[in-house]
Design a protein around this ligand. Structure first.
Ligand code: HSE
Length: 430
């Protein structure tokens, strides 16, 4: 295929993912052409620093620090947005779609915040807007949820969707400190430019919002995703978890209940025999439960330039094929109105670690606090040292609001010195 027939790519962002994508488009162009019959030519790249060091060859006029120049370049047929952040990425994508250019994006934050608007703009323009790389890095999960499983009734999606935090937790299990593990994850290119987004759970919450929206067909705004990160987790709880038969993971849980849908992100004790318990390092996994399929597990590299670039490249090829077909592209995703169930109504199970005065009657008072809220206790473990005792209570499933109310009354018991930690325990579906 001659260069004139190549598809002109305009790239917004040339960081970890953008750089990997350019290297693949250039270095593997023959292999891509053999497999797909398509050739691509990177015609413009929008970057924030024109003179930064790059790990790909830069030809004259390729780079610009005006991202709208990329979108408006008449030789750019298809726009790839891997710059991240909500602004100006959102306006750039809208401008590209309005100009009739297909867009591929890896931007979970933006898609979670403005997904319906961007999808509607693509529908109006009749061009593809694809975002496979936004969740799970190199794992194909957007397409399975929105296309392959479109006819399935899905009940629950549980994901380990942040590579940085899973890497940190895995390293902590092996004895590393939180800070050392975070530094390593950053050096390996897994973390966001500001890793607070990873450790606070915000990155996973954006992905949870996208997964829930696609799985259940009701748009879930990230502001409706209850979010807790891993900053408070301690090595002590991780080793108690191991003793009790669990592994601690940061999970994104999306559920469809009779009253509506719910999505949340928090650390959870995952039973050692659950498929998600064995997901280690920066690997991501998405466990899907549905009426007919029972369960499916998708797992693979969830962060890092090369795996994420594979997902972007797949979308680029898909969008190019659809565009070459010439027809108006039918929307692949539709959302209908639905209720969001507040997290406080969702049944959860808790692991609570308390530091208490080792005195007669303390355990009875704690048990009564749970009982008063109709929270049943599953197991209790106590270890006394001098006059104090570490007390661990694992509860049965009860509404999150009841668990919280019980904890509030436990906190008021004079012999309770400290509520050292609360971690939810992953329970069975429905
Ligand atoms: N910082 C993200 C992670 C990158 O660690 O998973 C992929 O979105």
């Amino acid at each position: 295929m001659s260069m004139e027939n190549s598809i002109g790519i305009g790239l917004l962002g040339a960081g970890t993912v953008g750089g990997a994508l350019v290297r693949r488009l250039v270095g593997e162009s023959d292999a891509i052409a053999l497999k797909t019959g398509l050739t691509f030519d990177v015609r413009k790249i929008g970057v924030s620093r024109l003179h930064a060091e790059r790990d790909f060859a830069v030809t004259e006029g390729l780079l610009t620090d005006d991202p709208f120049e990329v979108v408006n370049d008449p030789t750019v047929d298809l726009v790839v947005e891997v710059m991240g952040g909500k602004d100006p990425a959102g306006d750039l994508i809208l401008a590209a779609l309005e100009a009739g250019k297909p867009v591929v994006s890896a931007n979970k934050e933006l898609i979670a915040a403005r997904g319906p608007e961007l999808i509607a703009a693509a529908e109006r323009a009749g061009v593809p807007f694809l975002f496979e790389a936004a969740v799970g890095g190199g794992i194909p999960i957007i397409r399975p949820l929105s296309e392959t499983l479109a006819g399935e009734t899905l009940d629950r999606v549980i994901g380990i969707v942040n590579g940085t935090t899973n890497y940190i937790l895995t390293e902590m299990e092996a004895g590393a400190t939180y800070l050392t593990a975070l530094e390593q994850a950053t050096d390996l290119g897994y973390a966001e430019p500001d890793p607070t987004a990873d450790v606070s759970g915000a990155d996973a919450a954006a992905k949870a919002a996208i997964l829930a929206s696609l799985a259940f067909g009701t748009w879930v705004d990230p502001s409706n995703v209850y979010t807790e990160g891993i900053e408070e987790l301690t090595a002590v709880d991780m080793s108690f978890a191991a003793e009790l038969g669990y592994v601690v993971k940061l999970v994104a849980v999306c559920e469809r209940k009779d009253a509506g849908v719910n999505a949340r992100v928090h650390p959870a004790m995952v039973p050692k025999d659950h498929p998600l318990a064995s997901i280690r390092g920066a690997t991501n996994a998405v466990f899907i439960e549905g009426a007919a399929i029972d369960s499916l597990l998708f797992s693979g590299p969830g962060a890092g330039g090369d795996p994420t670039a594979t997902a972007v490249l797949g979308d680029v090829i898909d969008a190019a094929r659809e565009t070459l077909a010439g027809a108006q592209v039918a929307p692949r995703i539709r959302f209908s109105p639905g209720e969001i169930v507040p997290f406080t109504d969702i049944p959860t199970r808790w692991y609570v670690r308390l530091q208490v005065d080792d005195q007669p009657g303390v355990l009875a008072k704690i048990a009564a606090s749970f009982g008063d809220e109709e929270v049943s206790i599953r197991s209790v473990w106590q270890e006394g040292v001098d006059q104090e005792a570490a007390l661990i209570v694992v509860t049965h499933q009860a509404p999150e609001s009841a668990q919280r109310a019980a904890l509030a009354s436990i906190t008021a018991i004079p012999e309770v010195i400290e509520v050292a930690s609360v971690i939810r325990v992953l329970g069975a579906s429905k």
